[in-house]
Design a binder for this molecule. Structure first.
Ligand code: AQP
Length: 336
């Protein structure tokens, strides 16, 4: 019997997730609860509320967004029967391990992280140390559960690479402590682009609301946003260099329907972009329907969500505390 693999991933509590978050990460989270074999994966998922603190917002908003993101994860079908679903700050040993890992991370390698450079530009009035050490906390989130696979979008590849380097360095210095994790990035959907500027990643924090489809957008809004998506003047649905807008819509359509690019090109031969955009909108609406039905029911049941979060924290802490104690001992802290 093969040994089960551990799958770990978190999402920031920074607002309603986008179609990019969903296709790039969350959809894979749900499917990875089923390993396709007799040995199910051990899946641990969570809300990265500590990471969300790196960008300033009112405390009440931070609390509400954490609660809503937790409800989002359960509404996607992640439940206590198939995974551990927790909130990062409910498992304090993440921050202890973060410190140990900070001491095994070089200033130079942290400085090379492109997300730090991008976010520093976006939030020039608040370039805090948390933003700088974000990738070491992310490494702690992963290594603390001895994760084998981390389902993430393409934009997190660099952070994953850093987590692997830190783990290898720590193991080299102090002896075998951490499993070396691997990113899991779907063949498609790993990088969903903005509908208004398809050379840019779709992002929750994009100030242009037409650039993003949010997971809770009603069908009419989704139709409108798809109709206004930026394309090109060729009016031919085919995947090709220089057709960033159409390539993005084809990738979204393919993720939602399972159709290959060849099938899509065949279906839409001789049809205009209007028809294709309408079809993309309907495919997204169908894809999000189960989530949109489930989410309001869960959100209304605060007691249930709190109970699940408490259980999730307890189960996660049992694993996380064990790894942290091991790492503390390995690097020479006096344990009493
Ligand atoms: N456009 C995207 N395409 C595919 N995957 C994406 N992800 C984010 N955007 C896309 C993946 O979603 C997961 C959770 O992301 P996050 O919220 O923790 O952080 P992020 O990458 O910074 O996401 P956003 O939407 O861009 O948030 P803001 O605007 O708050 O910074 C990750 O696995 C990510 O790869």
């Amino acid at each position: 019997m093969p040994t089960p693999k551990t799958v770990l991933s978190l999402i920031q509590a920074t607002g309603v997730p986008t179609l990019g978050n969903y296709l790039g990460a969350l959809k894979n989270w749900a499917s990875m609860t089923d390993s396709g074999t007799d040995t199910p994966n051990n899946c641990i998922y969570g809300v990265a509320d500590l990471h969300a603190l790196t960008v300033r917002r009112p405390p009440a908003e931070q609390r509400r967004q954490t609660f809503e993101m937790y409800a989002t994860l359960l509404a996607l079908g992640l439940k206590r029967e198939n995974s551990i679903v927790m909130v990062q700050s409910h498992v304090p040993s993440h921050t202890m391990l973060n410190w140990l890992l900070c001491c095994s991370t070089q200033f130079g390698e942290a400085s090379r992280m492109t997300q730090f450079k991008d976010k520093s530009q976006q939030h020039a009035d608040n370039i805090n140390l948390g933003l700088f050490t974000y990738p070491t906390l992310m490494a702690a989130d992963i290594l603390i559960y001895q994760a084998h696979y981390v389902p993430v979008g393409d934009d997190q590849k660099q952070h994953l690479e850093l987590a692997r380097n830190i783990a290898e360095r720590f193991n080299g210095l102090y002896g075998e402590t951490f499993v070396i994790p691997e990113p899991y990035i779907g063949k498609q959907g790993g990088r969903v682009m903005s509908l208004q500027d398809p050379t840019k990643k779709m992002s929750k924090s994009d100030p242009n609301p037409k650039a993003c489809i949010f997971m809770l957008d009603p069908p009419e809004v989704i139709r409108k946003k798809c109709r206004s998506a930026v394309t090109d003047s060729e009016a031919s649905v085919r995947f090709a260099e220089g057709k960033d807008g159409i390539n993005n819509l084809m990738s979204i359509y393919s993720c939602c329907t399972g159709e290959s690019y060849e099938q899509i090109e065949h279906t839409f031969v001789g049809k205009g972009y209007g028809d294709f955009k309408n079809a993309v909108a309907e495919a997204i609406i169908e894809e999000l329907r189960p989530f949109q039905t489930e989410y309001p029911k869960l959100l209304a049941d605060k007691a249930y969500l709190e109970q699940c979060a408490r259980e999730g924290a307890g189960a996660a802490a049992r694993i996380a505390d064990r790894t942290t104690a091991k790492a503390m001992k390995k690097c020479g802290l006096w344990m009493v």
